[in-house]
Design a protein around this ligand. Sequence first.
Ligand code: GRF
Length: 194
Amino acid sequence: MTRKRVAILISGRGSNMRALIEAAKTKDYPAEIVLVISNVADAGGLDFARKHGIETKVIEHQKFPSREIFDNAMDVALKAANTEIVALAGFMRLLSPRFLESWQGKMINIHPSLLPAYKGLHTHKRAIEAGEKFHGCTVHFVTPELDDGPTILQAKVPVMPSDSEAALAARVLEQEHKIYPEALRLVATGKAKL
Ligand code: GRF
């Protein structure tokens, strides 16, 4: 089995990154994690990746004069690692059209809502305030629109009347850690295609 070379882009905690790294260690998983890039120097996820012997790169967006030049630096790093698939995992930067185009069909993202509902930020709070009975998470191909693009997998959870934002976020996160490795498996084996 040839395993697809996957790079993960993070900005923070990196718990989804961690779920992907753990999955990639299991037998017969069709992808290997070859690189983790963070745009934040002290992102929590970096330590975990380093401890697991994965190459990490910090590319700080504020050190670049424009979004395009920052994205180009990431593109160079991704290509240097012979990346075949990019997985965004809590990566908090918008991407420029050129970068999006060049990774179209090869870049996936996880978003904490049942897309197309609740694109953008503060999804759990908004779902509670709207009185939703269900909420969840989505892994999707990345297309030029923010938090858009064809769904690969979704998981649904109930919203409890007593839920705080944190309680709901935790219930969703547990599902994120399940569906992201499964979605990456589908993309790596070609079963999910843009
Ligand atoms: C997750 O909720 C993910 O869906 C969203 O950002 C959060 C990142 O969490 N895109 P983590 O860094 O993976 O722990």
